[in-house]
Ligand binder design. Structure first.
Ligand code: NFE
Ligand code: MG
Length: 574
């Protein structure tokens, strides 16, 4: 047996170590370890719950808005404080924009280089690349001279010997299968996506004042639409910009992201049989009907539920207040629980008490039967759950959403793959692309609704009802959910005498990247790695492909900073 260690995994947010034990080159078991501690949950205790969103949002700089949303919803849920339809629409638009921005960035900047060999692009013929682009979509950057120019820029990089952000790739690895022209085309779009995302961010700045970390408010959205309070983001110019930004997002998704995903997937169909994972999927759901509000979870655009053992014929209901459903274990985590290490806790009663028990860095290997991660192990009714784009697309598909069915079935038939191919590394990537298409289109609908509300004279964006702590119950608790790009996210808040008595966030990357539980059940990353054949242990590209397909964010997952924490920068093989 040998062990492949990837530490840190790069092109993610935060600090992740993967250890994979291999027998004859095949992974027999793996450990996923979050190696840095941060402390946001504990920072929130004792504060005014109306301020929690601003602090909670600092959990992450990637999914910058989702913790703000989960936080204001938790407080609104606890204090039964409804918000007006326009606020719901603005939140839907902001969450939608986060998805589209985040997924495109993940595909091109964090994941593409696992599949696209940048150095091979130097062998591409610009004319053939131009023909390929014209065949894939009507995207405007398609001329021979455009691709000749991109190739020139790339050879400047390589020729200078300074690959910069492209250094340390496993270029030339035999698992790279794309022809040079597709490599060049994808590289061109890598650069274009950097520019595109700058404009996409403006939607958050318009509604929330800034990006990253737009502003929120408990009880609504913090922007005026009536113009009474002076300047408003949504004056005629602002409205035109929102429409323009959404059109720009949709064009890039339709003409670049979707066709690129399909074109690349054709060469990697064997990845539809790798990286299956735990086979259980969970969504909290997202995008409330603006007229019914977030508490009416029967009307969410992405439904709430659980799929067990890949059985799409049965959706199990999820209740965030039921203390027997969502629970976190710390049996293999560097935390203490006051009631016993193997006794899982529901987040209302959750505890965040760091307890590092070693090994002392630098260490060679983790002991998988002991504590080995700063992540907890969340479980739903005791079972590990995969969350994220695949879970959401499966939930839409299983609940009969016509557009999703058409998109998924169309994609499978174009790639000549069976439905079972969805449960894989490739399925996860395709699901992310398809949900981006669904949501970018949906954003136009929410935008139209918002503009017609305004036209009809409803410009309310927040609840003006009396909302001061002396009107609150002495004690209250609430759960605020959202779907973050990486999956189901919720915050649980307990309020006593107007202050936060307990605050717990259970985060998508914790669901996916968490360690084993008291029963020894693996988390989704760990399960997904089992069975991978590693072609070259010095270049563990296969591990990166499957781990990146989940889009890890360890800043989110641990959300606790150890000033003395060291991280090891190495890839080792023992
Ligand atoms: Ni930091 Fe996050 C998303 C959240 S991942 S990126 O999406 O919540 O766990
Ligand atoms: Mg937590």
């Amino acid at each position: 047996m040998s062990t492949v260690v990837v530490d840190p995994v790069t092109r993610i947010e935060g600090h992740l170590r993967i250890e994979a034990e291999t027998e004859n080159g095949i992974i027999s078991r793996a450990a996923s370890s979050g190696t840095m501690l941060r402390g946001i949950e504990n920072v929130l205790i004792g504060r005014d719950p109306r301020d929690a969103w601003a602090i909670a949002q600092r959990i992450c700089g990637v999914c910058t808005l989702v913790h703000g949303i989960a936080s204001v919803r938790a407080v609104e849920n606890a204090l039964a404080y409804p918000i007006p339809p326009n606020a719901e629409l603005i939140r839907n638009l902001m969450i939608g924009a986060q998805f589209v921005h985040d997924h495109v960035m993940h595909f091109y900047h964090l994941h593409a280089l696992d599949w696209v060999d940048v150095v091979s692009a130097l062998d591409a013929d610009p004319k053939a690349t131009s023909d390929l682009q014209k065949c894939l979509s009507p995207w405007h950057n398609s001329s021979r001279s455009y691709f000749a120019d991109v190739k020139e820029r790339l050879s400047g990089f390589v020729g200078s010997g300074q690959l910069g952000i492209f250094a340390n790739g496993y270029w030339g690895h035999p698992e790279y299968k794309l022809p040079p022209e597709l490599n060049l085309l994808a590289f061109a779009h890598y650069l274009e996506a950097l520019d595109w995302q700058r404009k996409a961010s403006r939607l958050h700045a318009l509604f929330g004042g800034k990006n990253p970390h737009p502003n929120f408010i408990v009880g609504g959205a913090p922007c005026a639409l009536d113009g009474k309070s002076g300047a408003t983001a949504l004056d005629a110019q602002g409205r035109a910009l929102v429409v323009d930004v959404i059109a720009d997002m949709r064009r890039f998704v339709d003409e670049v992201y979707v066709p690129d995903t399909l074109a690349i997937a054709r060469y990697y169909k064997d990845w539809a049989r790798r990286g299956e994972g735990v086979g259980n999927f969970m969504t909290y759901g997202e995008f409330p009907d603006p007229f019914f509000g977030a508490d009416d979870t029967s009307r969410l655009f992405v439904p709430r539920g659980v799929i067990l053992n890949r059985d799409l014929s049965n959706i199990h209901p999820v209740d965030l207040d039921d203390e027997t459903q969502v629970q976190e274990y710390v049996s293999h985590s560097w935390y203490n629980y006051s009631g016993g290490q193997d006794q899982p806790l529901h987040p209302y009663a959750g505890e965040t008490r760091p307890n590092y028990t070693g090994p002392q860095p630098p260490y060679d290997n983790l002991a998988m039967d002991q504590a080995y991660s700063w992540l907890k192990s969340p479980r739903w009714k005791g079972k590990p759950m995969e969350v994220g784009p695949l879970a959401r697309v499966l939930m839409l598909y299983a609940s009969g959403h016509a557009e999703t069915k058409a998109l998924v079935d169309g994609t499978l038939s174009q790639l000549k793959l069976p439905q079972g191919a969805l449960f894989s590394t490739l399925g996860r990537i395709a699901a992310r692309t398809l949900e981006t298409k669904l949501l970018a289109d949906k954003m136009s609908v929410w935008c139209d609704q918002l503009l017609s509300n305004l036209q009809a004279g409803d410009s309310r964006t927040h609840n003006d009802d009396f909302f001061y702590p002396d009107t609150w119950p002495t004690s209250a608790q609430g759960a605020g959910y959202t779907e973050a790009p990486r999956g189901a996210l919720a915050h649980w808040v307990v309020i006593e005498d107007g202050r936060i008595a307990n605050y717990q966030a259970v985060v998508p990357s914790t669901w996916n990247a968490g360690p084993r539980d008291a029963q020894g059940q693996e988390g989704p990353y760990e399960a997904a790695l089992r069975g991978h054949r590693i072609h070259d242990a010095q270049q563990p590209l296969e591990i990166l492909r499957t781990i990146h397909s989940f889009d890890p964010c360890l800043a989110c997952a641990v959300h606790l900073v150890d000033p003395d924490g060291e991280s090891l920068v190495r890839v080792t093989v023992t």
